[in-house]
Design a binder for this molecule. Structure first.
Ligand code: PA5
Length: 424
């Protein structure tokens, strides 16, 4: 039940075999921890290495959160929230019945957003998971102070029992604060960076609190280690995807449009954009990762994809089995002239839309299309997909000669902002 890759619509002009040797060498460097950024390759074996005692504690905390709250506020930004949100929305869908509501804070300075969330929380039972590896991220720290005061006003002595902190074991202001206040804490491993951290407590606590089976997620990740683990390009779909991206870039394509046909996958696209953009967007190189939600966006950006400047290729993430299918109803009057679909599966219609779009973009639009198919949208599939994209982005960035695991560029705005804010 792994992801499959179809490159038969990708118009690749170079020979894959030219890359076999280089890929095998870089694969070895990844494994031996001799590649660029090798201090941050802990995700590669995490499915075996993770702390089992902490994992059990995550499940317990998640159960407590579910028992005592209507809302879980996840306070974090970038790698400290996108993965959890991607997983929760993909696996539960956007309007799940009888699940705790998850609200995201600490990812914006918008005063209106913060004020409206705080107003919304007033009459609800609330738990908070503050997540920051550095423990000093400004958006997160600002929101957390407001949340902390709210929780203390609302719950008094009991507030600390409803606040969970996920952070570095030593660095930053959050860990000492959590210890002092008596929050339960979870550790972000040193050798796993933010955008790879959904498989650590960063993602696992909110995901488990949302009622999702995190054992299955870890199993999917574990199986992915083998399925996307071959050093041989011919036998590794993640590496084939990585090489296809490099070839397409050589052919002049600077933008990759990540396509889904399921609204519950929109945040997976946001997560993927961070993973890919932060990993390879450096040294003046990289493919700009962008995303669309079809068929919705066929009614907006579809025009550009079909007829606009040929800057992009599409990477489709197809889902074989929808979470729920429905049958389209018949109507005696047929005033809307929709009876030709009566009795048909709506998911089948979605798949025909995808097929028609592929043909249009490929044949008349001349747009290269990569197709990745995942079996379904379960927690197992999510874990498995993580390993696929982790391996792919590591390899594709190493092929550029860049370090896949740092993000020096994200610091620049902060310097200016701190000066303007008067931070010492
Ligand atoms: O990938 C990254 O490094 C960033 O997106 C971080 O995840 C983000 O800035 C949050 O950082 P922190 O967890 O230290 O608060």
């Amino acid at each position: 039940d792994m992801l499959t890759l179809d490159l038969s619509h990708a118009f690749l002009k170079e020979d894959f075999h030219d890359y076999r040797e280089e890929v095998a060498k870089l694969d070895e460097a990844l494994r031996n921890k001799t590649c660029k950024g090798s201090d941050f390759t802990g995700w590669m074996t995490w499915a075996n290495d993770y702390d089992k005692e902490e994992f059990a504690r995550i499940k317990k905390a998640a159960e407590k959160i579910r028992n005592e709250s209507d809302v879980l506020v996840v306070c974090g930004i970038g790698g400290s929230y996108l993965g959890a949100r991607a997983a929760i929305e993909m696996i539960n869908g956007l309007y799940p019945a009888k699940q705790i509501e998850v609200i995201y804070m600490g990812n914006t300075f918008s005063s209106t957003y913060i004020a409206q969330v705080m107003e919304y929380l007033k009459d609800r039972e609330v738990s908070v998971n503050v997540i920051s590896k550095s423990g000093t991220t400004t958006e997160t720290a600002l929101a957390f102070r407001i949340l902390k005061q709210f929780m203390e006003d609302k719950y008094g002595d009991q507030a600390a029992g409803r606040i969970y902190a996920t952070t570095d074991k030593a660095r930053g202001a959050l860990k000492p604060m959590a210890d002092e206040e008596g929050y339960e804490t979870f550790v972000i491993p040193d050798d796993i960076g933010g955008r790879f951290s959904v498989i650590t407590p960063v993602g696992l606590l909110p995901i488990a609190a949302a009622g999702i089976d995190i054992d299955a997620l870890m199993q999917g990740l574990h199986d992915g280690m083998g399925e996307y683990g071959d050093a041989d390009l011919d036998k590794n779909p993640a590496y084939r995807y990585a090489v296809a991206r490099r070839i397409l870039q050589h052919q002049g394509y600077d933008v990759e449009l990540f396509v889904n046909y399921e609204p519950q996958m929109a945040m997976v696209s946001e997560w993927w954009k961070q993973l890919f953009g932060e990993s390879e967007g450096k040294d003046g190189l990289g493919i700009l990762p962008d995303s669309v939600n079809y068929s919705t966006d066929l009614h907006s950006l579809g025009q550009f994809v079909q007829d606009g400047k040929k800057v992009l290729f599409e990477t489709n993430l197809y889902v074989e089995q929808p979470m729920i299918d429905i049958t389209f109803p018949g109507d005696d009057k047929n005033a809307d002239k929709m009876n030709y679909l009566a009795g048909k599966s709506v998911d089948w219609a979605n798949k025909m839309a995808a097929k028609g779009t592929l043909m249009a973009h490929e044949e008349t639009g001349g747009v290269p299309n990569i197709i990745i198919t995942m079996p379904s949208m379960t927690s197992y599939d999510f874990g498995n997909m993580c390993m696929f994209f982790f391996k792919a982005i590591a390899m594709t960035t190493l092929l550029n000669g860049s370090n896949p695991f740092n993000q020096p560029g994200v610091e620049v705005y902060k310097k200016n902002m701190f000066r303007l804010l008067g931070k010492e």
